[in-house]
Write a protein that binds this ligand. Structure first.
Ligand code: PGA
Length: 248
């Protein structure tokens, strides 16, 4: 097991309201959470302030997206400086739904990563192959190209968590096996060793996302190169506490 701090992110996506999220926040605030694990909840934009005001300070908050500049005529977008103004410390960028539902390119995601880091936000940068890409044997090519577009825009890796989320495992109940996750995480770490630096390869958290549950988190989290999770569906349930405590 490595010295990297285990990192568990919840991605609430476009779910919940003040009542249900308030209940979830109460559950998290009063739960016994492994204090060796860093926890961050990704809230919908309109609830960022609500989440930050109500979640215990030991739990971080993330926006689920942001734009690549600080302000201007970009109707509907939000900027890192606004996120920080709500006391929020993190942003999720490059999520597969941003890539494949909203058509965000590697290039745009790279620009967003650069601007978020310049604005001193932590970035949970997501990558992952689609089912047809895995079946065609191109998983490595896809995730390396996505990682390159991110890496080109990172100076300080201490503020970046890389989330490997195979698209076929997101919201499908079809989790990658611990071996499948470990295989890609290990290759990504080797990629970082060859293309970034030895030190970054050793220190960067590579977390897994895709149908993580209370039932599968322990085995996934015991893999050498799996440094935590990004959790969608199960992050809205009390079960999220078990996932936070996967390594307890
Ligand atoms: P899931 O979502 O846990 O519901 O599969 C993961 C994610 O999209 O980050």
């Amino acid at each position: 097991m490595s010295s990297r701090t285990f990192f568990v992110g919840g991605n609430w996506k476009m779910n919940g309201d003040k009542k249900s999220l308030g209940n979830l926040i109460t559950t998290l605030n009063t739960a016994s959470l492994n204090d060796e694990t860093e926890v961050v909840c990704g809230a919908p934009t309109v609830y960022l302030d609500f989440a930050r005001s109500n979640l215990d300070a030991r739990i971080g908050v993330a926006a689920q997206n942001c734009y690549k500049v600080a302000k201007g005529a970009f109707t509907g977008e939000i900027s890192p400086v606004m996120i920080k103004d709500c006391g929020v410390e993190w942003v999720i960028l490059g999520h597969s739904e941003r890539r494949h539902v909203f058509g965000e390119s590697n290039e745009l995601i790279g620009q967003k990563v650069a601007h978020a880091l310049e604005s001193d936000l932590g970035v949970i940068a997501c990558i992952g192959e689609k089912l047809e890409e895995r079946e065609a044997g191109t998983t490595e090519d896809v995730v390396y190209a996505q990682t390159q577009a991110i890496a080109d825009n990172v100076k300080d890796w201490s503020k970046v968590v890389l989330a490997y989320e195979p698209v076929w495992a997101i919201g499908t109940g079809k989790t990658a096996s611990p071996e499948q996750a470990q295989e890609v995480h290990e290759k990504l770490r080797e990629w970082m060793r060859a293309n970034v630096s030895e030190a970054v390869a050793d220190s960067v958290r590579i977390i897994y996302g895709g149908s993580v549950t209370g039932a599968n988190c322990k085995e996934l989290g015991s893999q050498n190169d799996v440094d935590g999770f990004l959790v969608g569906g199960a992050s809205l349930k009390p079960e999220f506490v078990d996932i936070i405590n996967a390594r307890a």
